[in-house]
Design a protein around this ligand. Structure first.
Ligand code: SF4
Ligand code: SF4
Length: 113
C-alpha cells in the first residue's frame, strides 16, 4: 500500500523573552523616558503603581512600562518622536535585548522576541 506523506504545519510561536516580574518592573526606565513623560494615561497608572505592584500576578494593563515584555500599551498618548532610553536599562542589559528585534521603542514596535 502506498504511503501518503502529509505535511503538518505548526503555527508560528511568538516567544516572550522578558518576563513581567516585579524585579523587571522595578528596573524598567520607561517611567523616566521622554517618550511617555507627557502621557496623562501613563501618569495615571503611575499614581496607582503601589496597588498595581501588590497584585499577583502583575497585570500588564496596570504597569506603565516593561513594554519589552508586554508590548504596545493601551495608552495612546505616548510620543515616539522623543528618544527611547531602553539602552540605559538593566533589563535591556540582563536579557541582552540588543541581540533581538525590535531593540528599542517597544512601546511603539511591540515586545522583544
Ligand atoms: S528595556 Fe525598555 S521597556 Fe524593557 S524594562 Fe527596560 S526601559 Fe522598560
Ligand atoms: S519602550 Fe523605550 S521609548 Fe518606550 S517608554 Fe520605554 S524607554 Fe521609552
Amino acid at each position: 500500500m502506498r504511503q501518503v506523506k502529509t505535511r503538518i504545519s505548526t503555527p508560528m510561536m511568538i516567544t516572550q523573552r522578558v518576563p513581567l516580574s516585579l524585579d523587571n518592573v522595578t528596573k524598567c526606565m520607561c517611567p523616566q523616558c521622554p517618550v511617555q513623560s507627557g502621557s496623562r494615561c501613563s501618569s495615571n497608572k503611575m499614581m496607582n503603581i503601589k496597588a498595581a505592584l501588590a497584585k499577583n500576578p502583575l497585570q500588564k494593563e496596570d504597569i506603565p512600562g516593561v513594554y519589552c515584555s508586554t508590548g504596545v500599551p493601551a495608552c495612546t498618548d505616548l510620543n515616539p518622536k522623543k528618544a527611547c532610553i531602553c539602552g540605559s536599562c538593566d533589563v535591556f542589559k540582563n536579557y541582552k535585548l540588543n541581540n533581538s528585534l525590535p531593540n528599542e521603542y517597544y512601546c511603539r514596535d511591540g515586545m522583544s522576541r
